[in-house]
Structures are given as C-alpha cells and as structure tokens.
Design a protein around this ligand. Structure first.
Ligand code: NAD
Length: 369
C-alpha cells in the first residue's frame, strides 16, 4: 500500500484576536480533511505574549523546530499592551523576527485585492479601485533594516549621529526578483521593479540585476522599472496599471501598506512569507494576516477571520500545491460577501452583521455547496 505523506501544518494563534481567527482556519482545515480526503496533520502551539506568559520567552526552541519541520506555518498575530514594557529581546514581536530570519523568509507577498462587494470601504473613487488585484513582493531579510554598520554614535560636542546601511547583494536581489517573475507568469505577465536608482547605488544594482535576470530567463514577461516615489504616487493615481510589484525591504514596507489601504479593510488582507527550498525541495513559508492582535476587540467574538482564512488559502496555493482547493476557498469567501454577511469592521447599511465564528461557518457552508 502506498503510504500517503501527511501534510504538516503548524498553527500559531498568538495573542489578542489571533486565537479567535485561527480557530476559524482550524475548522476549515478539518472540513478539507473530512470532505476532500486531504491528510493535513495539524499541530498548534504558543507564540508571542502567550508563550512569554508560560515560558518567559516569545518562542521556545521546541516551537521553532516544529516550524522548521512543517510544510506551512499559519500565524494569527502577536503582541498587546500587556507585554509592551518587556525588554526588547522578550517582546512578542521577537518571535516573528526570529521565524522570518531563521526560516530565511526573504520574499513577502502581499496581495491587494479590492473586493467588488466592499468597493465603498476604500478612500479612493470606486472606478479607480474596483476590480483591483495587485501583488506586492517585498524583500524581507536584507536592505537597510539589517545592513551594517548601524547604531547611534556620539560625535563632536555631544552631537549624535544615527546610522543605518542600505546594502544588497546580487544574490539577494536575484532570488526575490525570480519570485516576482514566477508569480507574474501565473497572473497578468507584468512586473514593476521599484528602487531609487537615481540617487542610490544599491538601487542601481537592484535595477541592473532585475534587468539581467529578465534578459536571461523571463524575456516574455513585461518588465518596467519605476522609481519608488513615483510608484507611491501611481498607486493612488492609477493602481490598476500594476500586476506584480517587486521592491526592497524599506520601500516594500511602505508601498505594501499603501496598497493595502486601497482596499479599505485590514480584516481582509492576507500575506505570505516565502523562503528558499530546502534540500528535499520543500519551501519554507509562513502565512499570516496583515493585521495585528487588535487588543481593543479581543475576546468579543467580532474579529474578521477573512484575512487569516485567505492567508491559509495562500498556503494551499504556494506551499501545499493545492491550487484547486485554494480557488474553492477564495470563491466561498466571495459568495459569503455576495450574500451580504459582514463582520463589524466592514458592516454597511443593509448588510447583516455576523460574529467571527458565524463568518467561518458561512464560508464552510459555501465550501459544502
Ligand atoms: P491592529 O492591526 O491590531 O489593529 C488596528 C485596528 O484594526 C484596531 O482598531 C483593530 O480593532 C482593527 N482590526 C485589526 N484586525 C482586525 C480584524 N481581523 N477584524 C476587525 N478589526 C480588526 O494594529 P495595532 O492596534 O497597531 O496593534 C495592536 C497590537 O498588534 C500591537 O501590540 C502590535 O505590536 C501588534 N501587531 C502585530 C502584528 C503581527 O502579529 N504580525 C502586526 C501588527 C501589529
């Protein structure tokens, strides 16, 4: 008998609304196991403030090794006022940084999709954002956030100097550009690469390396280069001109938040962080909603679980090679929104307000149909 390999998924609910939204993902995984005969093996553990409260560390070695061994990590959110005054090394967010760094998750994918049902939630005119579907690929482990030298130095006469260094190597640029080109192949065949090659040498190298990779392996993809400040403007002026945007850590941090807000709602935005394949060909990856732990609404049963559910859908597509199931899940989310069901954060006149768990159940009910 052929032994079916179990797909290991690690759920890390974290803090605040994290456990509430991850609970809905767990229900969906159970539904897939039962109804699509997918053999997901789910493990769940503590991370962030919840881990600190029990073990005095935001992530234990045991959980970290579990993350290394599974096919996908799905994280809720970490942090909250209870842990704000901890030493930097103990803060809940350190767990995220450790996972990103040690799993070498160098490509952060953030789709910005404007659901037609929620077009009024955007601060831009409906005709500008309706049907918007762009993907921002942000380099996540290099650039100015990690470059050396860094620090604050005392110079003359009590004057201080803050130093950060923006560095990129060809390899770091090439591997993230490759992710962007591969994504564009499955989308609308266009990549916009953003840097500041007019004023920064690292930006010039970025442009040259992306261009060289394009020439070597991706001639069929439409590549354009854009200065990052222009990209910030174009995102507001005409965001639908973009398909995939690839950029460095700093510009990506800003441009992905800007693009996210075009869609109007934090509770709907998923993300994926992808690393290199290991020697067995498995992709290291972590999936999480863009939002945080929302302490202001934690425990009330009103959090929107859709961002986390769509993050799981990205895991189905990018880590588990289950494109069909990913599309099925995305469609179920759309149908529920078509039916007018809304959590409190996206409620509008004439729509029906539902709780976190009712939203999860309604999505499952559509999977069932
Ligand atoms: P936040 O995203 O948690 O909340 C911002 C606002 O959006 C709040 O009003 C919140 O109620 C609302 N909101 C967020 N997600 C929602 C959802 N799913 N459904 C309904 N409403 C939602 O950002 P914040 O308030 O700046 O941060 C709170 C805590 O989360 C902080 O400790 C911060 O460090 C942490 N944080 C963690 C992550 C992460 O784990 N990746 C990311 C951002 C912030």
């Amino acid at each position: 008998m052929i032994k079916v390999k179990k797909r290991k998924i690690l759920l890390l609910p974290g803090d605040g609304i994290g456990p509430e939204v991850i609970k809905e993902v767990k229900k969906i995984i159970e539904w897939f196991n039962k109804n699509r005969s997918l053999d997901f093996e789910v493990d769940q553990d503590l991370v962030g403030g919840a881990a600190y409260d029990k073990f005095k560390t935001p992530i234990t070695d045991e959980v970290f090794f579990k993350a290394l061994e599974c096919e996908a990590v799905i994280l809720g959110a970490v942090g909250g006022p209870k842990w704000d005054n901890l030493d930097f090394s103990k803060k809940p967010e350190r767990a995220l940084l450790k996972l990103r760094k040690e799993l070498k998750l160098f490509a952060n994918l953030r789709p910005a999709i404007c659901f037609k049902q929620l077009v009024d939630a955007s601060s831009l005119k409906p005709e500008i954002v309706s049907g918007l579907d762009i993907m921002i690929v942000r380099e996540l482990t290099g650039g100015i956030y990690f470059g050396e030298p860094r620090g604050i130095k005392l110079i003359n006469n009590g004057e201080r100097k803050g130093i950060n260094t923006h560095t990129y190597t060809s390899t770091e640029i090439e591997r993230v550009a490759k992710v962007a080109f591969e994504l564009a192949k499955k989308r609308n065949n266009k990549v916009t690469s953003c840097e500041k090659s007019n004023v920064m040498e690292a930006g010039q190298l970025w442009k040259e390396e992306v261009q060289a990779l394009h020439k070597k392996d991706y001639k069929d993809i439409n590549l354009e280069h854009m200065l990052a400040d222009n990209c910030a403007m174009q995102l507001l002026r005409n965001p639908k001109q973009f398909d995939v945007i690839v950029t460095d850590n700093l510009f990506g941090d800003i441009l992905s938040d800007e693009a996210a807000m075009l869609t109007g709602s934090l509770g709907l935005l998923p993300s994926a962080s992808l690393g290199a394949k290991d020697k067995d060909g498995n992709l290291r990856s972590m999936y999480e909603p863009v939002h945080g732990s929302a302490p202001d609404i934690a425990g009330k049963g009103i959090a929107n679980p859709i961002a986390t559910i769509l993050s799981f859908s990205m895991a189905l597509k990018y880590s588990l090679n289950l494109d069909k199931e990913s599309i099925e899940l995305d469609n179920a989310v759309q149908k529920v929104l078509d039916d007018g069901l809304r959590t409190k954060d996206i409620i509008s006149k004439g729509k029906k307000e539902v709780s976190t768990s009712t939203m999860g159940d309604a999505i499952i009910a559509y999977l069932q149909k």
